[in-house]
Ligand binder design. Structure first.
Ligand code: SF4
Length: 76
C-alpha cells in the first residue's frame, strides 16, 4: 500500500489538499463543493470501494477517497 499524502507537506498545502472534503477552505476555494471528492475526481485511480487510492498529482502516494484538492476535476 502507498503512504498517504500528508496535508501538511508543501505540495498538498499549495493545492489545498485535505483528507476530508468537508474541511476544504471554502473562502480560498469558492468553487469547492462537498460533493467533490477524490473518489469522483478524474485524477483518482483507486478502486471504487477503497478508502484511499493513487492520484496522478501525487505520484507514489495515496489520497483519501473522501479527500479533495484544488486540482479537482469531475470524472466524466
Ligand atoms: Fe483528489 Fe483529484 Fe486532488 Fe487528486 S487531483 S488530490 S484525486 S481532488
Amino acid at each position: 500500500t502507498l503512504p498517504m499524502v500528508n496535508e501538511k507537506d508543501a505540495q498538498p498545502m499549495a493545492l489545498g489538499y485535505v483528507a476530508d472534503t468537508n474541511k476544504a477552505d471554502g473562502k480560498k476555494f469558492p468553487k469547492h463543493a462537498a460533493t467533490q471528492k477524490c473518489g469522483n475526481c478524474t485524477l483518482y485511480t483507486g478502486k471504487p470501494d477503497a478508502p484511499s487510492g493513487p492520484c496522478g498529482i501525487f505520484p507514489g502516494k495515496a489520497v483519501a477517497a473522501g479527500g479533495w484538492c484544488s486540482a479537482y476535476a469531475k470524472k466524466a
